[in-house]
Ligand binder design. Structure first.
Ligand code: SAH
Length: 260
């Protein structure tokens, strides 16, 4: 490792939001515009294509996060590097692993983390206001967290009746985690609890399904790794306009204090 004076580069870990340019922050756009090197996985880089003209682009694949973190840190000693990560980089994203590797390597490069719109917020905005008060976020991916730990967390959050957002609900490698999570939810929540499946929020192929805990089985086939699931809590209900189901409202408590 060089001495601190020799670190002339920088590393910015950028959350690029759910998919469309409109949902990126001004800071994210500015950092990418100013970067010499942009590193990320293919899905995210493809989304950014027009912004990458003339830049050195390093494409990495899913599952190669540690390698990607090391490469970015090595390059950022001399060059201005932007590492892109979907949604928010600090939510099941690249920020944590980059900081761990950085600490381990004792590299004193300049680091900035740029927040992005995470899937929970993106999905919620498409279905009304399901996350108006306290809520929990759980990933069903058992690649880094054992399934029995995930199940304990699900029991804990469903038992207190707050809305729960599920990331990584299903993949070919673990098709049963989602139905398992639904079984746990049913132990604590009523069958009419509203549930939203938001697939590809703010990107091509967006699909939104509003259903209930008792009817969700009908849609199991729709749930994939591009889907975020929002399960309402004790204070959540379907939001209607006329006869149309528009989404979910979770009451935060104004109705107990005010007349409106
Ligand atoms: N760092 C990302 C999350 C990465 S985990 C973030 O902050 O959003 C990957 C999971 O995020 C996916 O399996 C899916 O559950 C969710 N996700 C990411 N982008 C999404 C989108 N545009 N629409 C719906 N779900 C999305």
């Amino acid at each position: 490792m060089p001495s601190p004076a020799e670190y002339t580069g920088s590393l910015v870990i950028v959350g690029i939001g759910p998919g469309s340019r409109d949902q990126m922050t001004a800071r994210a756009l500015k950092v990418i515009a100013g970067a010499e090197i942009v590193i990320g996985n293919n899905t995210y880089l493809d989304q950014l294509e027009p912004l990458l003209v003339g830049k050195n682009v390093i494409r990495s694949s899913m599952g190669k996060e540690v390698e990607r973190a090391k490469t970015a840190i090595r390059l950022a000693q001399k060059r201005h590097v932007a590492m892109v990560s979907g949604g928010d980089a600090g939510v099941y994203g690249m920020a944590g692993i980059v900081l761990e590797v950085l600490e381990h390597e004792k590299a004193e490069i300049k680091v900035e983390i740029v927040p992005g719109v995470t899937a929970a917020n993106a999905a919620a905005s498409r279905v009304g206001s399901p996350l108006s008060g306290d809520f929990a976020v759980i990933s069903l991916s058992d690649l880094l967290t054992p399934l029995d730990v995930i199940e304990k967390r699900l029991e804990a959050v469903f038992s207190i009746g707050i809305p729960v957002v599920l990331y990584n609900p299903k993949s070919r490698g673990r098709p049963h985690n989602f139905s398992g999570a639904i079984s746990i939810a049913r132990k604590y929540l009523g069958e009419n609890t509203p549930l939203a499946l938001v697939k590809n929020a703010y990107r091509e192929g967006e699909e939104i399904i509003i259903t209930t805990l008792c009817d969700v089985e009908e849609y199991y086939g729709k749930v994939d790794m591009h889907t975020t699931v929002i399960i309402g809590g004790f204070e959540s209900r379907i939001w209607r306009m006329g006869q149309d189901v528009k989404g979910i409202i979770t009451q935060r408590g104004y109705h107990r204090k005010y007349v409106y």
